[in-house]
Design a protein around this ligand. Structure first.
Ligand SMILES: Cc1cc2nc3c(=O)[nH]c(=O)nc-3n(C[C@H](O)[C@H](O)[C@H](O)COP(=O)(O)OP(=O)(O)OC[C@H]3O[C@@H](n4cnc5c(N)ncnc54)[C@H](O)[C@@H]3O)c2cc1C
Length: 495
């Protein structure tokens, strides 16, 4: 899927004699930005560079030429105008750039750029609650924990990341799975307005009345249309208290866990919309693996009946279940070194779940030579309840509008330490992805949806939304970005 960037240097040289080289363009972009914003730009080699270039996964760190931290949408606007012009000697001059919010996408290039301009939106991190408390407007570089902490005590809730250190910009434009999704759909379904800087540098709003096509495209369309500088998200009254946490059981409980997961994800067996569950297998290279059951009841006063089976599972290794505030729910995962994420979607059928589990364990064997590999994978429910809430919210672009089945996402997230094994793990993940797809297709239980937020660089989430949605995204891209800056100059899941 990663169509990025036919070799930029070759392009720059080939198209017109007046075009500048990529290096000239980047040097011009960095120095123009530095002149205007001396305190908001660092060059590679400067003392602050290492801190500014930090990512959740070391695997995502690339040697950008300079990092720019805008404070306002106008700063982003000027940066995009500079980037689109490059050294300005030919119509094909531009600077390769990247957009980073929470920096949680682990593949190199998703939120960073080798020898280009890295835009880090981290200073745009304010959260403002509307006077009537029906919405919050969040800066495009905010991490969810800051949004939750800023609104702690306001008596409201809104959809956002389950892992609070993930970013608002990336998670929302990639769709967004929240603990409140069972009741309200994807995070992007609850967006009221996106403020976006387009490829021309123009700052526009996109909502149901203004630029409605762009509004829809941004609900799953990732970084293909512009830099999102502010997002207004619907809020609703809430005690801000939830009940849940983490139960860890041994790997030997797997059969029981998978059966209960299937039951939980089956809408007709009583899935409560306010209950959330992620089943995470954490299998280190040595010793017995663990199954982490991330559990939540977003209604702390509820009887938690849907989750009781999981609370009661024995034997337990860890039992940390209690009432807590949304801001304190314990799911942050500390920074890691090498990590890869990939995902597939299929129907919630126990035989298929077990077969997918077996395939996942088989593929693990191909990596037995990778030192200290943690084979981590997660089952995440996408029951009809969730999908109907999403459909009722008015539509996104992810191709799930007509689904009337319980689905689930299987999300692979191996962790390792030595970059020498990057390509081995990537090959294994690709093999895993194709094997699961092949198998689920062969038994008629596949679904094409690839959740952008967990997708590997070899995946094509935008294509997985279906031909019609992909064409819609392409049309919107041409309408709002006629120069195709966001297709040519920034990496991501391109159209
Ligand atoms: C530990 C962990 C927990 C997670 N939990 C969840 C979860 O609960 N729910 C869920 O849905 N996903 C979850 N994810 C996946 C996560 O949503 C994606 O990795 C997402 O892309 C992260 O967004 P970010 O802003 O942190 O990442 P970044 O890597 O900064 O951005 C991701 C992509 O979005 C683009 N982007 C970021 N900000 C903007 C912007 N303002 N305008 C335009 N483009 C932008 C970037 O260019 C990049 O391509 C989790 C991931 C991890 C590692």
């Amino acid at each position: 899927m990663l169509t990025f960037l036919f070799p930029l240097a070759a392009l720059a040289g080939a198209v017109t004699a007046k075009s500048s080289s990529t290096a000239e363009n980047v040097s011009a972009c960095c120095s123009k930005l530095s002149e205007t914003y001396p305190d908001q730009l660092v060059y590679a080699g400067e003392e602050r560079f290492k801190d500014w270039n930090d990512r959740w996964a070391a695997s995502a760190e690339l040697p950008a030429s300079c990092i720019f931290r805008p404070l306002t949408a106008d700063d982003v606007s000027l940066a995009i105008k500079i980037i689109a012009k490059g050294a300005g000697q030919g119509c094909h001059d531009f600077c390769p750039f990247s957009i980073k919010c929470g920096g949680h996408t682990p593949w190199p290039g998703a939120n960073n750029v080798d020898s280009g301009v890295a835009i880090d939106l981290g200073y745009m991190n304010q959260t403002v609650v509307a006077d009537d408390k029906t919405s919050v407007t969040i800066g495009g570089g905010t991490r969810w924990h800051d949004a939750y902490e800023s609104t702690d005590g306001d008596g409201i809730a809104f959809l956002g990341g389950r892992c609070p250190s993930t970013g608002v910009g990336g998670l929302t434009t990639g769709g967004g799975y929240s603990w409140f999704s069972g009741e309200h759909g994807f995070v992007s379904d609850t967006v009221i307005n996106f403020e976006v800087v387009l490829g021309s540098g123009k700052v526009v709003n996109a909502n149901k009345d203004t630029n409605a096509d762009l509004f829809k495209a941004l609900k799953g369309g990732s970084n293909n249309f512009g830099v999102v500088t502010h997002i207004e998200i619907a809020a609703f009254p809430h005690s801000q208290q939830v009940y849940g946490g983490l139960v860890i059981v041994p790997e030997s409980s797997s059969d029981n866990v998978l059966a209960e997961f299937q039951h939980f994800t089956n809408d007709s067996t009583g899935f409560a919309a306010n209950a959330g569950l992620t089943v995470e297998y954490f299998l280190p290279a040595e010793g017995e693996g663990q199954i982490l059951l991330w559990l939540i009841d977003t209604d702390a006063e509820d009887d938690h009946a849907t989750l009781q089976t999981f609370f009661d599972m024995e034997p337990k290794i860890v039992n940390q279940v209690y009432q807590t505030s949304i801001a304190d729910y314990p799911t942050s995962i500390p920074p890691v070194t090498q990590v890869l994420m990939a995902d597939v979607t299929f129907e919630n059928d126990l035989d298929v779940i077990k077969a997918a589990f077996d395939i996942t364990m088989e593929v693990r064997k191909t990596l037995s030579h990778v030192p200290n590999l943690v084979w981590d994978f997660q089952f995440e429910p996408l029951p009809r309840h969730f999908l109907k809430a999403s459909q009722a919210a008015g539509g996104n672009v992810m191709g799930l509008d007509d689904v009337d089945k319980d689905l689930l996402i299987l999300f692979l997230m191996p962790l390792w330490e030595d970059p020498e094994y990057d390509s081995d793990v990537r090959d294994a993940a690709e093999l895993w992805f194709h094997k699961i797809q092949e198998y689920t297709q062969s038994v008629g239980k596949a679904h094409p949806f690839e959740f952008a937020n967990y997708a590997a660089s070899f995946q094509d989430p935008m294509g997985s939304y279906g031909a019609e949605n992909l064409q819609f995204l392409k049309d919107v891209s041409h309408r709002y970005d006629p120069g195709q800056l966001f297709q040519r100059a920034v990496e991501g899941y391109k159209l």
